[in-house]
Design a protein around this ligand. Structure first.
Ligand code: PMP
Length: 352
C-alpha cells in the first residue's frame, strides 16, 4: 500500500539562531544591530485602523523610496519579507536549469536549503585554505551563481573587480550578490547593474538598518530581472509587505546621519574587539561585517560556546566541516564587547 508520506516534499530545514525571549542576555548570535532604529522612526504612530485593508501589493511607498535612495528607477527594485524571502524568490525565479547552481561550501547555510526545497541542482565550491572564494571555480558552466559579499560566516570581502570578472564570464546565468553586510566596510557592486543585465544585488534591513524584527529585504537589478521576480511573487503571495513595514521601512531611509553614525560605531567596536581577541590567542578572520569569525589556538570552540552561554552570552557555533572550531560573534555595543573580552580572558586563561 502506498502511503501519503510517499508524496511529501521533504527537506532538511535551515536552523535559525536561537532567539531567547529574555532581556537579561548578551545576544551576539544572529548579527542583529545593537542600536535600535532612529528616535524619529520610533516615534512614528501607525494608523492601526488601516490594518483592516490589504496593503499596497506593489509596495510603492517603499520601492519608490529605495529607488530614489539608490538612484534607480522603481522598476529596478523588488522588496520582500526579509532578504530570506527575496533570495528564496530568486532561487525559484532564476535558478531553473538542469545545470548546477554554484555557491561556496562555507557560506550562508540557507542557500543549500532553498536549492533542496525547490529541487534545484547545486554544487558547493570549496573556499581555499584561507577561507577565500576561488574565482576560477565560478568560470565553469552553471545554472546560476550566488554568494554573499562579504561572505558569511567568514566576514571576508572580495573586491568589485573579482565579482565583475565572474558576472562577465557568465552571461547565460543570473549572478546574485547577497550584500547583507556590505554597509560595514565593503564596496557595493550596485553600479555594475547598469552594465550587466545578469547581475542582481540583494540587501537587508536586518543588519545595518537595525530592523531585523520588521522583516524587510530588497533586490536591485535591471527592470527585466525585476519583472520576472515580480511575476513569481504574484504567483505565490501578492501581499507580502505589511503596512507597518512599508511605512517604517521607507521612513528610516531619511535618517542617513543616524545610519552613518551607528555604522561607524559598529565598525570601530569590531576592529577593537578583533584586536582584543588576537591578544587572547584567537585567530580572527579579517571581517568587513558586523561579526567576527574566530578560533582559539588551544581552547575548543564548543567549550568557549558553552561557557559563554552559562554566563548568558549567546554566540553562534556551526557544527560543520572546517569551521567547527570557530565561533561567529556579532558585534554589540562597546560595553557588551568589553564584558565578552573579560569573560573570554577568564575562559581561555583558566583552561590554558
Ligand atoms: N543573507 C545572509 C548572508 C545572512 O547572513 C542573512 C541573515 N541570516 C540573510 C541573508 C537573511 O537576512 P534577513 O532575512 O533577515 O534579511
Amino acid at each position: 500500500m502506498k502511503s501519503w508520506k510517499d508524496n511529501i516534499r521533504t527537506v532538511v530545514p535551515y536552523v535559525p539562531g536561537e532567539q531567547p525571549q529574555v532581556d537579561s542576555i548578551i545576544k551576539l548570535n544572529t548579527n542583529e544591530n545593537p542600536y535600535g532604529p532612529s528616535e524619529r522612526v520610533k516615534s512614528i504612530k501607525l494608523d492601526t485602523d488601516n490594518l483592516r485593508k490589504y496593503p499596497d501589493a506593489k509596495s510603492s511607498l517603499l520601492v519608490d523610496k529605495l529607488a530614489e535612495y539608490h538612484g534607480l528607477k522603481p522598476e529596478q527594485v523588488f522588496v520582500g519579507v526579509g532578504s530570506d524571502d527575496v533570495i528564496s524568490m530568486c532561487f525559484l525565479t532564476f535558478f531553473n536549469s538542469d545545470k548546477p547552481v554554484f555557491f561556496p561550501d562555507i557560506t550562508y547555510s540557507f542557500y543549500d536549503v532553498w536549492a533542496s526545497v525547490y529541487r534545484i541542482p547545486y554544487e558547493q565550491k570549496p573556499l581555499d585554505e584561507n577561507f577565500n572564494i576561488v574565482k576560477d571555480d565560478y568560470m565553469q558552466e552553471n545554472g546560476g551563481i550566488i554568494f554573499p559579499n562579504p561572505n558569511a560566516p567568514t566576514g571576508i570581502l572580495v573586491g568589485t573587480d573579482f565579482i565583475e570578472d565572474i558576472v562577465k564570464a557568465n552571461p547565460s546565468s543570473v549572478v546574485i550578490i547577497d550584500e547583507a553586510y556590505i554597509d560595514f566596510g565593503g564596496e557595493s557592486v550596485l553600479p555594475l547593474i547598469d552594465k550587466y543585465d545578469n547581475l542582481l544585488v540583494v540587501r537587508t534591513y536586518s543588519k545595518s538598518r537595525s530592523m531585523a524584527g520588521l522583516r524587510i529585504g530588497y533586490a536591485m537589478g535591471n527592470a527585466e530581472l525585476i519583472k520576472y521576480l515580480n511575476d513569481v511573487k504574484y504567483s505565490v503571495n501578492s501581499y507580502t509587505m505589511n503596512m507597518p513595514s512599508l511605512i517604517l521601512g521607507s521612513a528610516i531611509i531619511d535618517d542617513e546621519e543616524y545610519f552613518r553614525t551607528t555604522l561607524a560605531k559598529i565598525i570601530s567596536t569590531r576592529d577593537k574587539f578583533s584586536a582584543d581577541l588576537e591578544k587572547l590567542g584567537f585567530t580572527v578572520l579579517p571581517s568587513k561585517s558586523n561579526f567576527v569569525f574566530a578560533s582559539h589556538k588551544t581552547v575548543p570552540a564548543t567549550e568557549i560556546f558553552e561557557k559563554l552561554k552559562e554566563k548568558n552570552v549567546y554566540v553562534r557555533h556551526f557544527n560543520a566541516p572546517r569551521i567547527d572550531n570557530f565561533l561567529r560573534i556579532t558585534i554589540g555595543t562597546d560595553e557588551e564587547m568589553t564584558k565578552v573580552v573579560s569573560l573570554l580572558e577568564t575562559i581561555c586563561c583558566a583552561t590554558n
